[in-house]
Design a protein around this ligand. Structure first.
Ligand SMILES: Cc1ncc(C[n+]2csc(CCOP(=O)(O)OP(=O)(O)O)c2C)c(N)n1
Ligand code: SF4
Ligand SMILES: [Mg+2]
Length: 351
């Protein structure tokens, strides 16, 4: 069975957000993933983030590729727009959608196979172009849907369920994202919702490309001793550099931490990202230092999590291309077909 309808009934006293929606209004159909799959926890975190931000579901467009991870948009935001694309092409389809309608909130969900193998070129160009979207990779180190082959993010030396060692070097997606110019880069763990929900909320409020690598254990094929993407391994080696609180403009901003351990970053829309520093010297605005720290800790077997890099001095792809403010489908024939004279003027400008 691939589609299960969820009963509409819910407890009448469920809390409602500012729009009058309950948590249930942000859910999708019943998940058909394996019980305990990390991807389901990420769906739960997305639902919670959208509920807490009071987002109107019709303003969100979910995009995905192919894989267990890419199936998950069916399991959240059932009242939002959605497009399940071809393997690895989510970022490119999201780029096109973004250019034709900058009004929506684009939420891309991909897998490590989807983004780090077949879709690596699409991932790279989406990030360097600064497509305004939230790009989440649900990273389990394997191709879960096709029965657990090592993916390109599997660490060298980690072993498969049958004990075979991986000899290839891994692709570290957060390091690549920072290198490619992504302006909000974080790593979370599906087993730590307290850290993940604010990371997603901050990403949604970010004006630019927000990339999140979420370690998400595959309980069927990659959750054994010898795997560096198992629940136990990540719990034991989680090096959280900060904890994030996201305060949208209407929230009262209170100071309840020791000044030296807190760093506030104000985003374009007035949202304040309050970072409680867990690693004293870590500064996510220092791009080179962030990359060096991530590499150093990876070499030591640690999994660095938190908001790893942030920049808000750049616009997004639409700003750079000076695209029209309104969705293309709201334009009339006069704007879309300005006539031969306008085309002649454009052609003359290209000579
Ligand atoms: C063009 C193409 N090549 C190969 C496949 C087979 N395929 C389906 S999902 C997948 C990998 C999925 O891995 P990942 O993106 O990590 O998602 P996960 O299932 O682990 O969440 C592959 C190789 C495909 N569907 N299309
Ligand atoms: S095969 Fe792995 S990734 Fe796919 S649903 Fe099962 S646990 Fe999740
Ligand atoms: Mg995978």
């Amino acid at each position: 069975m691939t589609y299960v309808v969820k009963p509409k009934f819910h407890h009448p006293a469920l809390p409602k957000n500012k729009l009058g929606f309950t948590h249930r209004d942000y859910e999708g159909s019943v998940s058909t993933l394996c019980a305990g799959c990390g991807h389901d926890s990420i769906s739960g975190a997305i639902i919670q983030a959208c509920f807490e931000l009071d987002l109107p579901p019709h303003r969100i467009a979910k995009m995905s590729g192919i894989g267990c991870s890419s199936k998950t948009p069916t399991y959240f935001l059932g009242q939002s727009h959605g497009f399940n694309s071809v393997h690895g092409r989510m970022p490119t389809v999201a780029t096109g959608a973004n250019l034709s309608n900058r009004d929506l909130i684009y939420l891309g969900v991909s897998g490590d196979g989807d983004s780090a193998s077949i879709g690596l070129g699409h991932f790279a160009h989406c990030l360097r172009r600064g497509v305004k979207m939230v790009y989440i990779v649900e990273n389990n180190g394997v191709y879960g849907l096709t029965k657990g082959q090592f993916s390109a993010t599997a660490d060298a030396g980690s072993t498969s369920k049958r004990g075979v060692g991986n000899t290839d070097e891994p692709i570290d997606l957060v390091s690549m994202a920072i290198l490619l110019g992504a302006t909000y880069v974080g790593r979370g763990f599906s087993g730590d919702k307290q850290q993940l929900v604010p990371l997603i909320k901050g990403a949604i409020e970010h004006r630019g490309i927000a990339f999140l690598d979420v370690i998400s254990p595959c309980v069927a094929f990659n959750n054994h001793p010898g795997s560096t993407k198992s629940f136990d391994y990540v719990r034991e080696h989680n090096d959280a550099v900060n904890m994030l609180d996201v305060m949208v403009p209407r929230d009262e901003i209170t100071v309840d931490y020791d000044g030296g351990t807190v760093m506030d970053v104000t985003q374009h829309d007035g949202t304040v990202l309050r970072l409680r520093k867990l690693e004293e010297s870590y500064d996510p605005t220092d791009r080179l230092a962030a990359m060096a720290y991530i590499q150093k800790q990876h070499a030591a077997g640690e999994v660095v999590t938190g908001l790893l890099h942030i920049r808000h001095d750049t616009g997004d792809l639409n700003d750079r291309m000076n695209t029209v403010e309104v969705p293309l489908n709201s334009l009339g024939e006069a704007e879309l077909c300005p006539g031969a004279k306008a085309i002649d003027a454009i052609n003359a400008g290209l000579r």
